[in-house]
Design a protein around this ligand. Structure first.
Ligand code: GAR
Length: 223
C-alpha cells in the first residue's frame, strides 16, 4: 500500500499565477501532494477559478461578514483544518493574519513575498527596491509567524535590477522566479527535508543558517 500524499491548502487573494505554478509542477509529477483546498478572501479571485478548473475544492470567505480579524481568521483556519490539509501555502494572500489564530499552523505554513527579506516587508516591494537604488531584488519564501513577513526565511530567488527598470518590469521579471521558488520550497517542506524546530528552520537535520538560493539547483531541485 502506498502512503497517502501530503495534503496542502493554498490561500490566494488574486490572479493565482503562483497557484498555477504549483499545479503545473504537480501535474509534471514533481510535487507529490494533494491539494485539499484553495481558499480566498475574494470571491472573484482568479486563483479560485484555476482551482475549480483543476477539480480542487474552493472556499471564499468575505471578511466583511465577520466582527473582526480574529473571528475571520479563526473560521478560515477551522475550515482549512476540516479540509484535512496538513500544510498551508500563502500564494499572494494579501491579508495580515491574527497571531493567535495562526499559532497552530506555525511550522506548517509558508508565504511567498516579493522582496529579499528582511528588506521590504509589507506592500509595494518593487517600488521600494527601485526607490532605494538597490542593484538586486528578489523573492523570499518564509515560515509564517505572528510577525508580518518576519518568520524565518527558507529560500530566496535573486535578480539584478537593470537601468531603466520600472515597478511593472521588475515584477514581471521576478514572477517566473517566484514560480520556481514556491514549488521547490513546498516540496522540501512536504518531504520534511525542511522542518520547523525550536522556532527556527532546519534543513536536512541542521539549523538553516542562511536562506537557500534558487540558483543552487542541488538544494532546490526535484531530485
Ligand atoms: C506575488 O508576486 C506574491 O509574491 C505576492 O503577490 C503576488 C501574487 O501573484 N505576495 C505578496 O505580496 C504577499 N505579501 P499571483 O496571484 O499571480 O500568485
Amino acid at each position: 500500500m502506498t502512503a497517502p500524499l501530503p495534503r496542502v491548502a493554498v490561500l490566494a487573494s488574486g490572479r493565482g499565477s503562483n497557484l498555477a505554478a504549483l499545479l503545473d509542477v504537480r501535474a509534471r509529477g514533481e510535487l507529490p501532494v494533494d491539494f485539499a483546498l484553495v481558499g480566498s478572501d475574494k470571491a472573484t479571485a482568479g486563483a479560485l477559478r484555476l482551482a475549480e478548473a483543476a477539480g480542487i475544492p474552493t472556499l471564499a470567505l468575505d471578511p466583511r461578514s465577520y466582527p473582526d480579524r480574529r473571528a475571520f481568521d479563526l473560521d478560515l483556519f477551522a475550515r482549512i483544518t476540516a479540509s484535512g490539509a496538513e500544510w498551508l501555502v500563502l500564494a499572494g494572500f494579501m491579508r495580515i493574519l491574527d497571531g493567535e489564530a495562526l499559532a497552530p499552523w506555525v511550522g506548517r505554513m509558508i508565504n511567498i513575498h516579493p522582496s529579499l527579506l528582511p528588506k521590504y516587508r509589507g506592500l509595494h516591494t518593487h517600488r521600494r527596491a527601485l526607490e532605494a537604488g538597490d542593484r538586486e531584488h528578489g523573492a523570499s519564501v518564509h515560515f509564517v509567524t505572528a510577525e508580518l513577513d518576519g518568520g524565518p526565511v527558507i529560500a530566496q530567488a535573486r535578480l539584478a535590477i537593470e537601468a531603466g527598470d520600472d515597478e511593472h518590469q521588475l515584477a514581471q521579471r521576478l514572477l517566473p522566479l517566484e514560480h520556481q521558488l514556491l514549488p521547490a520550497v513546498l516540496r522540501l517542506l512536504t518531504s520534511q527535508r525542511l522542518q520547523w524546530n525550536d522556532h527556527a528552520a532546519q534543513f536536512d537535520g541542521q539549523p538553516l543558517l542562511a536562506p537557500l538560493d534558487l540558483g543552487d539547483h542541488s538544494l532546490l531541485s526535484a531530485e
